[in-house]
Design a protein around this ligand. Structure first.
Ligand code: ATP
Ligand code: MG
Length: 587
């Protein structure tokens, strides 16, 4: 575990944190949280996100502030969004898509995405988002695996991605297209026209807590993406975690930068903020440092949920750019998706006026599980502590590097020791299956514990420290080395923008640590810098230091933004590159 630095909580304009005292949450109960959200009994994600908000008198509050690609801003109130979602549900009803029917989206960040998610859930159907930049293969695989009945998309994406493969997805009956050109009018449903023609009154489907609601594909960082099944009860975890981990509360302006093609973009981009009656900024534009600071400043964003890769890009663009903008409305910054380098936490404090709060979760967990809270000291490099209601532990491992299970039983390791991160089953957003992969689902559990596939340590104060994925950890000369620690150390060097670290087979050491390094703009990547970085690594890391450094201005990322170490490794070793369906095209 690294770092003696501690970042103390500050009072940020005198607004107290939602979670005031972590120690006082010991009596937290999911059942109580559920009752508070749906006192009438029936639980449906869309009802918590919209109907409940209207009941609470928030109909006129702006739910979405949408910025289109040209920068034009439109607002959608809770009442309007509710009406649109009801129309979408009626549209599905008219198309014969009912409870359990599968509705997929291939859309960017547009308000129709929200309408489709909420209308689908209201109708009791299942929603599955696809990443709009997927190539034809990944789209086809997922539509087939998910037995898609409906796809919601744009004219352009329909032509590029859906039209030609319709014949290969026998379950696919309808494609709803946003603003179709006349030449495809016979093949598709004109979404806007169909919504306008549908009734805004829709009886909520009689869903149960355990009805399937969302199908999310994992990022494919370690292999072929898996389809994780989630149920309506998940909304209880979305709601609770957005309060405790993201500090969200009614009246906030909130911006989640995750793409809606991934779990974060739906759980925290669509659902969670609505359950709190906040205003979400929905920006259709691509990343641009000045553009992003502009959004934070102009829209007075209070809570910002983003990812390490985006923060590293902002850092790379220079703190002076941040200083041009008034970021004083910001109260909380959180990050998820891959390890958050300590350097980035501290840069946040210097350049943005707030430290970045790391949190950890997976597609499978459906909601934030481990987090740094506003009210708690941050230990930069640590993911924080389990959410109230979540029990996490670190389990002893067997020879295969995964948790050792003997007669169904597992053993926690003492504080400070490395093991597999596990969660006690029972939180509401836990996945209920991998689609068509029951055996794989069952093997993810040992007794009461869900085994996450990530390696971690927990310190004596209960802070969890991410070490690596069980598949990524490097064994060198008897040491176990998490690539993240090495990457973070390299990033402390002024010339380094980003790093990806792998184990490279070595006769003597088993594996040696090799780092691929992206340098900051204007830095010359030459031998002198390589030597300097090797020496810098040795000073910081001793025996864990990289022995080889290669400069690479285009590290491969997944389309959800993670450094794809398995691809760096495959390329290094000249091995097949494996499933590349989630490789980000360019950066
Ligand atoms: P696949 O399961 O297909 O290999 P994936 O695990 O990247 O892909 P996701 O569910 O999107 O798919 O990502 C979850 C994983 O991301 C976690 O298991 C962990 O490895 C990593 N991760 C997420 N948040 C953090 C964090 N705060 N710190 C470190 N790692 C994180
Ligand atoms: Mg995973």
């Amino acid at each position: 575990m690294s770092g003696d630095t501690i970042v103390k909580p500050t009072t940020y304009g005198g607004v107290p944190p939602v979670l005031v005292d972590y120690a006082a949450t010991a009596g937290f109960s999911w059942a109580d949280a559920r009752r508070r959200l749906a006192p009438g009994g029936r639980l449906n994600i869309a009802a918590v996100a919209l109907d409940r908000q209207l009941e609470l008198g928030r109909g006129d509050v702006t739910a979405l502030r949408c910025i289109d690609r040209g920068g034009a801003v439109t607002e959608v109130s809770y009442r309007d969004l509710h009406g649109q979602a009801c129309r979408f549900a009626n549209l599905l009803q008219g198309l014969g898509v009912g409870r359990g029917g599968r509705v997929f989206s291939l859309l960017g960040r547009v308000p129709e995405l929200h309408v489709a998610v909420l209308g689908t859930l209201r109708q009791g159907a299942v929603f599955s988002p696809l990443f709009a930049a997927f190539g034809p293969g990944p789209v086809l695989d997922r539509l087939q695996l998910g037995r898609a009945e409906v796809v919601v998309t744009t004219d352009q994406l329909y032509r590029r991605r859906i039209k030609d493969l319709r014949g290969q997805v026998p379950t696919l009956r309808h494609v709803l297209v946003l603003d179709p050109e006349p030449d495809i009018a016979d093949e598709v449903v004109d979404l806007r026209a169909a919504l306008a023609a549908a009734s805004p009154d829709h009886p909520l489907a009689p869903t149960t807590d355990e009805d399937m609601a969302l199908l999310h594909f994992t990022s494919g960082t370690t292999g072929t993406p898996k389809g994780a099944v989630h149920v309506h009860a998940a909304v209880v975890a979305h709601h609770v975690s957005a309060a405790s981990a993201l500090d969200l509360r009614p009246g906030d302006t909130y911006w989640c930068t995750a793409d809606p093609g991934w779990v974060t973009g739906i759980s925290y981009g669509v659902i969670a903020p609505l359950t709190h009656g906040v205003t979400s900024v929905v920006d259709a534009r691509e990343f641009d440092a000045r553009g992003w600071y502009g959004v934070l400043a102009e829209h007075g964003v209070n809570v910002w949920y983003t990812a390490p890769t985006a923060l590293r890009m902002l850092m790379r663009s220079g703190s002076e750019v941040a200083a041009e903008f008034d970021l004083s409305a910001l109260r909380h910054i959180a990050s998820v998706g891959e390890p958050l380098n300590p350097e980035v936490v501290l840069w946040g404090q210097r350049a943005l006026g707030l430290p970045v709060h790391d949190n950890w979760w997976q597609t499978e967990t459906g909601a934030i599980m481990i987090s740094n809270y506003r009210s708690m000291d941050i230990r930069p490099g640590s993911m924080g502590r389990p959410l109230p209601g979540v029990e996490a532990t670190v389990l002893a491992r067997g020879d295969d590097g995964r948790a050792l299970v003997v007669d169904g039983a597992v053993t926690p390791v003492p504080a400070g020791e490395l093991g597999e991160l596990a969660l006690r089953r029972g939180w509401p957003s836990m996945f209920r299956g991998y689609l068509d992969a029951d055996a794989r689902y069952r093997s993810a559990f040992a007794g009461d514990w869900y085994l996450t596939g990530d390696l971690a340590r927990v310190d004596v104060d209960g802070y969890f420290w991410f070490v690596g994925r069980a598949d990524d950890v490097i064994k060198s000369a008897g040491h176990l080395i998490g690539p993240f620690e090495v990457e973070s150390a390299l990033m402390e060097h002024g010339a380094v923008a980003e790093a990806g670290v792998i184990g490279k087979p070595d006769e003597l050491a088993g594996e040696l640590v090799k780092a691929f390094v992206t340098v900051k703009p204007g830095v010359v990547a030459d031998d002198a810098l390589r030597r300097d970085l090797l020496a810098f690594g040795r000073r910081r890391l001793g025996g864990l230091a990289p022995r080889e450094i290669e400069f690479d201005q285009h590290l491969p990322h997944t389309s959800s933004g993670k450094v794809m170490r398995r691809l760096l490794k495959a390329r290094e070793l000249g091995l097949p590159e494996g499933d590349l369906s989630t490789l980000e095209a360019t950066r």
